[in-house]
Write a protein that binds this ligand. Structure first.
Ligand SMILES: Cc1cc2nc3c(=O)[nH]c(=O)nc-3n(C[C@H](O)[C@H](O)[C@H](O)COP(=O)(O)OP(=O)(O)OC[C@H]3O[C@@H](n4cnc5c(N)ncnc54)[C@H](O)[C@@H]3O)c2cc1C
Ligand SMILES: Cc1cc2nc3c(=O)[nH]c(=O)nc-3n(C[C@H](O)[C@H](O)[C@H](O)COP(=O)(O)O)c2cc1C
Length: 596
C-alpha cells in the first residue's frame, strides 16, 4: 500500500541533493514509502538521534542536563508530546521528568534548571483547565527570579481561533520576563502539529547538545514506535440512526462502525479522530467562483494531484485562519483584508471572521487570474475532527459507536454546514470505510475501583462517553453507584439514548438520573441549575469518594465548575475552601472533564 505521508519525506529528500547521491536518495525514498505517518515520525527521530550522536555527545546522567518537560493539556495532545520528548531526550542521555502543570507549583521553577513547556490553548485563548493556576500565577508576575534558568515553549493551538496559541504566548512572555533564557524562540503549532513538534524536539535536543557537549560516545536507544492505537485504521459504517426526534431543533445521530478487521483498541473516555471529506457542493462552488479547472494539477505534500481532489480531501476550504487571510491578502489588492490583519484590528479579527468562510472571502474579494497553485498554497491541511467513543469494547467488541450532532446554521445570508459532522451524518454511506485513529485520553478515565461512585454531568452529545462508562461498568459488574445529570433542549425530542438510561435506571445500574430540559418550561433550566438544587447530595457523594465527570461544550464545563463551587459553598465551605476542594479533586483524578 502506498502511504499518504511519503510526500513530505520526498520533499525533504529533494532538498538533500547536495548531500546524498541518487542511489541513497532512492533507497531512502523506497524506505519512506513503506511507512505510515507514525513510523515516519519515529524514523525521523531515530535518524536525528544517530545524527546527534555522530556530531555531538550529550553527557549522560549529568545533573546539568536534567530537564523538566512541563505540559498543560485539555485533550491529551500536549501530554503525549511531552512523553515523546522525554523519550527522545532519554535516548540521547538526557534525564527528563515529565510534569503535569496541574501538580506543579510555581516555586518549583526556582528548583528546575531547564523547563520545556508544552501547552495548548482552549476556550477563547485560555489555558487548559489543568494549567489555570500556574498560568494565573505567572501572568500576574507571581514568579520567582529565574535568572540563569533556561526554557523553551511549544504552543499548541488552532489557527482558526482568533487568539491562536495564546496560552503558549503567555507562558513564553512570563518566563522571559522573570529572567529565564530562551533555549529556542517559541514555536506555535496549528492543528497538524506533529511535523513542527518533531522538528522542535530535534532543535531542543540540538540546543541542549550544544550547551552540554562532552566527548562521551553513546548510541541512542531508539524512540519507541507510536502505539498501534495511534495509527489510522479503517472502520466501516454499519448503522446510522437519528437520535433526535421529529421536530427537534437539533440533528443528532448514533453511528456504529465495524472495526473488527482493524482490531481498533480503545478504553472508555477515549475519542476517535478522522479526516472528513469536504462537502462536494462547497468544492464545486469554490471552483466556480475561482473559475478554475477541476483537473488543474497542483503540487501538494501528497504529490501532484488534480485541484478537485486537493479541495475535496486534502485541504481545509471553509474555516478562515489568519495565515490563510495573510496569504490571500498578499495576492489581493483589497484594502479591507490588509486592514483586518493590522495590529489595530487584532481584537476585531475573531468577530469579523465569525460566521464567515473562505467562500465569502473569494466571493467578496475576488482575485483576477488567481492560479490553482497560488490558492492551494494559502490553505492548510484538512484537520482531523474528534468524536467521543460512545461504546465499551467489552459490550460491543469489534465496534465503535459515536454520537454526532450535525452542525447546520446560517450566517451572512448563507446556509452553512459543518464539514465532519455532516460527513458522518449524511455523506458517509453505510458499508463504506473511513480511516480513523483512537485518541487516547488518560485524563478521562473510569476509576479502577469498581466500588467507587460516579457523578456524570453531560449536555447534548457530551453524554456519549457516559454511555461507554455505563456499558463498561455493567460488563465489569462494578458495584459503585452511578448518577447521571443530563441536559438538552426538550424531553420529547432530545433525550439522547433515553431507552438505555431508563433501562439502566430500572435495573439499578444507574442509581440516579436528573435531567434538565432547558426549553420545556418558561424559564431555562440547565444541568448547572440541577447541580445547585442537588448541592447537599452532590456534596455527600463527593465526601463518600465519588469521582465527578463533565462532558459537553466548553461553556457548559465552565458553568458546571461555578455550580460546583456554589454547591460546596451551600454545604458550608468558604469560596477559598471550595476552590481548594476542587483543586484537590482534580489532583486526585476525581474531577475529570472532556469539553469541546
Ligand atoms: C475531544 C473532543 C470530543 C468531541 N466529541 C464530540 C462528540 O462526541 N459529538 C459531536 O457531535 N462532536 C464532538 N466534538 C466536536 C467535533 O470534533 C467537531 O468540532 C464538530 O462536529 C464540528 O465539526 P464540523 O467539521 O462538523 O464543523 P466545522 O466545519 O469545523 O464547523 C464548525 C465551525 O463552524 C462555526 N459555527 C458553528 N456554529 C455556528 C453558528 N451558529 N454561527 C456561526 N458560526 C458557527 C464555528 O466557527 C465552528 O468552529 C468533539 C470535539 C473534541 C475536541
Ligand atoms: C473547545 C476548544 C477550544 C479551543 N480554543 C483554542 C483557542 O482559543 N486558541 C487556539 O490557538 N487553539 C484553540 N484550540 C485548539 C487546541 O489548542 C488544539 O486542538 C490543541 O492541539 C489541543 O491540545 P491538548 O490536547 O494538549 O489540549 C481549541 C480546541 C478546542 C477543542
Amino acid at each position: 500500500m502506498v502511504n499518504n505521508y511519503a510526500g513530505g519525506a520526498m520533499d525533504l529528500i529533494y532538498q538533500t541533493d547536495f548531500l546524498l547521491d541518487s542511489r541513497k536518495q532512492e533507497d531512502l525514498q523506497r524506505f519512506a514509502e513503506g511507512l505510515n505517518r507514525e513510523q515516519l515520525l519515529w524514523a525521523s527521530g531515530f535518524l536525528t538521534g544517530i545524527g546527534i550522536t555522530a556530531t555531538t555527545q550529550i553527557r549522560a546522567g549529568s545533573a546539568e542536563v536534567c530537564v523538566t518537560v512541563l505540559f498543560g493539556t485539555e485533550t491529551g495532545n500536549a501530554k503525549s508530546l511531552a512523553s515523546a520528548l522525554a523519550t527522545r531526550l532519554s535516548a540521547v542521555g538526557v534525564q527528563a521528568i515529565v510534569q503535569d502543570m496541574l501538580t506543579y507549583g510555581r516555586a518549583k521553577l526556582r528548583r528546575d534548571h531547564v523547563v520545556l513547556v508544552i501547552v495548548s490553548t482552549h476556550g477563547d485563548g485560555e489555558p487548559p483547565d489543568s494549567a489555570r493556576v500556574l498560568h494565573a500565577a505567572l501572568t500576574k508576575g507571581q514568579i520567582p527570579d529565574l535568572q540563569g534558568k533556561r526554557f523553551a515553549v511549544l504552543a499548541l493551538g488552532d489557527a482558526s481561533y482568533p487568539r491562536f496559541c495564546q496560552a503558549g504566548k503567555d507562558f513564553d512572555t512570563a518566563l522571559a520576563a522573570a529572567g529565564a533564557t530562551r533555549l529556542l524562540p517559541r514555536t506555535d503549532c496549528d492543528v497538524d502539529y506533529e511535523e513542527i513538534a518533531t522538528h522542535w524536539m530535534e532543535q531542543i535536543i540540538g540546543a541542549l547538545a550544544t550547551n552540554n557537549a562532552t566527548h562521551t560516545t553513546m548510541f541512542p536507544a531508539p524512540t519507541p514506535l507510536a502505539k498501534s492505537d495511534h495509527i489510522s485504521l479503517p472502520a466501516t459504517l454499519v448503522e446510522r440512526v437519528k437520535l433526535s426526534g421529529r421536530g427537534s431543533s437539533r440533528e443528532v445521530w448514533h453511528l456504529e462502525l465495524d472495526t473488527d478487521e482493524s482490531e481498533l483498541h480503545y478504553t472508555p473516555g477515549d475519542s476517535i479522530s478522522l479526516v472528513p471529506g469536504n462537502p462536494p457542493q462547497i468544492v464545486e462552488e469554490l471552483l466556480d467562483r475561482l473559475e478554475l479547472d477541476h483537473l488543474a494539477s497542483v503540487q501538494t505534500r501528497h504529490g501532484e494531484i488534480p485541484l478537485v481532489e486537493a479541495l475535496t480531501s486534502r485541504y481545509e476550504i471553509t474555516r478562515i485562519t489568519r495565515p490563510f487571510l495573510e496569504c490571500y491578502a498578499q495576492l489581493s489588492e483589497a484594502k479591507v483584508l490588509h486592514s483586518m490583519l493590522s495590529e489595530e484590528s487584532a481584537n476585531d479579527f475573531g468577530e469579523w471572521t465569525y460566521g464567515r468562510e473562505i467562500i465569502d472571502i473569494i466571493g467578496q474579494y475576488p482575485i483576477k487570474g488567481l492560479c490553482a497553485q497560488s490558492f492551494i498554497d494559502c490553505l492548510r491541511p484538512l484537520p482531523a475532527r474528534r468524536y467521543s467513543i460512545a461504546s465499551s469494547i467489552m459490550s460491543s467488541p469489534g465496534e465503535v459507536h459515536l454520537t454526532v450532532a450535525a452542525v447546520r446554521y446560517s450566517s451572512h445570508g448563507r446556509e452553512r454546514i459543518g464539514v465532519a459532522s455532516t460527513f458522518l451524518a449524511e455523506r458517509l454511506a453505510v458499508g463504506r470505510s473511513i480511516p480513523m485513529r483512537v485518541e487516547v485520553n488518560t485524563e478521562f478515565r473510569l476509576p479502577e475501583n469498581l466500588g467507587q461512585p460516579l457523578i456524570m454531568v453531560a449536555a447534548g452529545t457530551g453524554v456519549a462517553p457516559f454511555r461507554a462508562f455505563l456499558q463498561e461498568r455493567e460488563a465489569l459488574g462494578a458495584t459503585g453507584r452511578n448518577w447521571l445529570i443530563f441536559g438538552d433542549r426538550h424531553l420529547s425530542t432530545d433525550f439522547l439514548y433515553q431507552r438505555e438510561w431508563l433501562r439502566w435506571l430500572k435495573d439499578g445500574r444507574l442509581t440516579r438520573l436528573d435531567v434538565a430540559f432547558s426549553r420545556d418550561q418558561e424559564h431555562k433550566v440547565y444541568v448547572q441549575d440541577r447541580l445547585r438544587e442537588r448541592a447537599a447530595d452532590i456534596y455527600a457523594w463527593l465526601e463518600e469518594g465519588a469521582a465527578f465527570y463533565v462532558c459537553g461544550a466548553e461553556a457548559m464545563g465552565r458553568a458546571i465548575q461555578q455550580a460546583l463551587i456554589d454547591a460546596l459553598r451551600s454545604a458550608g465551605r468558604t469560596q477559598e475552601q471550595a476552590e481548594k476542594y476542587i483543586l484537590t479533586l482534580k489532583q486526585e483524578g476525581r474531577y475529570q472533564r472532556d469539553v469541546y
